[in-house]
Design a protein around this ligand. Structure first.
Ligand code: HEC
Length: 394
């Protein structure tokens, strides 16, 4: 018995390792993206995101060389208070600091017995002193990338800086209205939600009706119709772009939310119906027969029996359809374009052909995975159960 349970545990080790490994290769880049999105552009351009987690450069060298006389807070020598911004102002860079370190005080070398640090180290110390004395107030982490992405700022500095100096760039007003600027991610977020919610709800609603009909109602041509529907799944979306956009042009639906909703509904339905039919058809027959015997009509059987039981299938469908519509660029580009930009469209516009603006891309990317992550974590219980929904055929 005991040996068995030990064996069982040992057998599980590879699985655990694989899970941990997968988690790491998922988490590390995500963390990197997240930290990068919080760093100011000059820092992003010069150092890697992992340095944001280290102690500021220069602190270690200062502690090792200078702290013995000047104290860890720089205040130990009253005649040379290194935390005083007035004093440090005179030594902004290594080339101002080097002569001081070579100077002699009371006939002794400045650094005493310690060896002269290298130029890079001195530069780091100078930067560190600027920070400690409060001369350098720029912070190592900032929300500017997020702000710039949300308002759609396209200048060379940051939105906050431009507004503070009164240099209003382009169409921005420096008021709260900018959150909904058509070129920004804020407006695009709203548009994405307006597109996604009905485009997720409608196909599932229709698929639930159809799935119920295909499994529990008797009508002529049922199996042929179902076979056609299953076959429709292989029609590539791209094939229909031209006919549908011509049809929409006649109906005046191009560039409207209704057009995108209908398109996504049409394309979501074949698979949704297929899954719902398989799931509902797999429920025990006696259940429905006794319900009908008790006087239930189709509507009550559908709402009181079928829908509650099909919840795992419905939620897994909802997650997949939601993610698909949320991440879709093609349909949004063709039918909404730049007039009503969604998040994917806005992100694709963020980086110029020269590669400028990719610091905004990090923030924009994070904004756009925010909602899917919330949805996923909120529904992950159903998600796992729902994954089995298609597999368990009754
Ligand atoms: C052996 C002790 C000692 C060490 C180590 C030391 N200092 Fe000093 N430092 C002094 C003394 C003494 C003065 C002179 C104070 C005075 O003006 O009376 C001074 C003065 C200074 C001043 C002020 C110069 C001015 O304008 O008056 C600066 C800046 C300074 N040190 C920077 C540093 C830095 C940076 C380090 C580390 C790389 C360092 N010191 C290490 C002893 C030391």
């Amino acid at each position: 018995m005991k040996k068995d349970s030990v064996n069982k545990k040992l057998n599980k080790i590879p699985t655990h390792l694989i899970v941990i490994f997968t988690a790491i290769i998922w988490i590390v880049p995500t963390l990197g993206l997240f930290i990068t999105s919080l760093r100011p552009l000059p820092l992003i351009n010069t150092t890697g995101w992992w340095t944001a987690l280290e102690a500021p450069r220069g602190e270690k060298s200062y502690d090792a060389i200078c702290a013995s006389c000047h104290g860890s807070d720089g205040k130990a020598l009253t005649t040379a208070d290194l935390s005083d911004p007035e004093l440090i102002k005179k030594y902004p860079r290594s080339n101002q600091l080097i002569p001081v370190l070579k100077q002699e005080y009371n006939g002794e070398p400045h650094l005493g017995d310690a060896a002269m640090p290298e130029v890079q180290e001195i530069a780091d110390i100078a930067a560190y002193l600027k920070r400690v004395s409060g001369l350098d107030t720029s912070s190592r982490l900032t929300l500017n990338n997020y702000i710039d992405a949300i308002v759609g700022y396209r200048g060379t500095k940051t939105y906050v800086e431009d507004c503070a100096t009164g240099q209003q760039s382009l169409d921005l007003k420096c008021t709260i209205e900018d959150v909904l600027n058509p070129r920004g991610m804020g407006r695009a977020f709203v548009n994405s939600i307006i597109v996604t919610l009905p485009a997720t709800f409608l196909p599932i609603l229709f698929a639930a009706f159809a799935g119920f009909a295909f499994s529990w109602l008797d009508f002529k041509g049922r199996s042929i119709l179902f076979a056609i529907l299953v076959g429709l799944q292989v029609v590539p979306l791209q094939m229909t772009l031209v006919p549908i956009s011509r049809l929409y042009a006649q109906l005046g639906l191009n560039g409207s939310f209704l057009g995108v909703w209908l398109f996504h509904t049409g394309f979501g339905m074949p698979y949704a119906i297929y899954l719902m039919r398989n799931f509902l058809g797999g429920l025990p027959k006696d259940l429905f027969e006794s319900a009908y015997l008790d006087g239930a009509n189709h509507w009550t059987a559908f709402t009181k029996l079928a829908i509650p039981l099909a919840m795992p299938a419905i939620s897994s469908l909802a997650i997949f359809q939601f993610l698909w519509v949320w991440n879709d660029l093609l349909v949004a580009l063709v039918f909404l374009g730049g007039t009503t930009p969604v998040m994917t469209y806005q992100i694709s516009n963020m980086v110029t052909s020269l590669g400028a603006g990719w610091h905004l891309l990090t923030a924009a990317a994070f904004l756009s995975i925010l909602l899917p992550m919330i949805v996923f974590f909120a529904f992950q219980r159903y998600f796992v159960r729902g994954q089995l929904a298609g597999a368990v055929k009754g």
